[in-house]
Design a protein around this ligand. Sequence first.
Ligand SMILES: [Fe+2]
Ligand SMILES: [Fe+2]
Length: 256
Amino acid sequence: MNEHVHTATLSERADAIEEKMMHELAERVATKSVLFGMADGKIEMLNGFEFKKNNPDKFFLMGADPRLPAMPAKPTLIDFFKNRFASLNHLLQSAALALKNGHDEKVVLACLLHDIGVASFIRCDHGYWGAQMIEPYVDAEVSWAVRMHQALRFFPDPSVGYEYPQMYVNNFGADYKPEPYIVRDYESAKNHKWYMTARLICVNDIYSFDPNAKVNLDDFVDIVGRNFRQPEEGLGFDDSPSAHMWRTLMWPTRYL
Ligand SMILES: [Fe+2]
Ligand SMILES: [Fe+2]
C-alpha cells in the first residue's frame, strides 16, 4: 500500500516537472550575472553555447523578468522606489527627520536618496554607487553629499553631536578601522564647502531606525518633483552617464 502511494507521488511529481518544463519552454530563461554567484562564494558564469546545445528551443531573457514587479514604459524615480527598492523605511525615516529638523530640500532629498545603493543595488561602497546613479539628475551638492556620507559615517563630529555609531561597533567589531581610501575621502570632505550637507545625512541617519514609525512615500513626491530632473524618456532610457545602471535595475537578469 505504502509502495503504491509512493509510486503515485513520484509519478505526480514527474507530471508536475514535465508541466513546469513545458511552461518554461514558452518563457525565456533568466540569467544570473557573475556578481550574483559571488554572493554565494562562487565565481562562475552560464555557458550560453552549452546551454543552447542542450536546450535548442529555449531563448534567453532580453527584457523584463516576469518574476519582478512590472515597470512602466517611462519609469520615474518613484517607480523605482515602489518596484525595485527592497526597503523604504530607513530612507523615508531619514528624510522625514531632516524635514522635521527644518533642513532645506537639498538635504531632505539627500537623506531620501542616501542609501539607495543599498536598497536597490549593492552594499559595498553604497555611497559611491548611489551618488553615481543620481548624479546626472540632482544638484551637484546632493550627489556629493550622498557620496561622502559613506566616509563621514565612520568619523565623529562633536560640533553637531555626531558620535561613531554604536551600531558599527556591534556590526563590525570594536577593532574595525576604515580603509585608507575612506580616510582619504573623509580628510578631503572635511574642508569642502558642502561638508555640512554630507554630515547632515549622517546626523539624520543615525536616529532613523524606528521600525514602528510610519512615513509615506507620498509625503516626498513633491520634493522629488522639484529636485530630481526626471528624464522625459523615462529614467534609464535617457542618455545620461548612469542610465545603464537604472536599466540594469529594471532588467537585472537580461542575458546581455
Ligand atoms: Fe549609508
Ligand atoms: Fe543610512
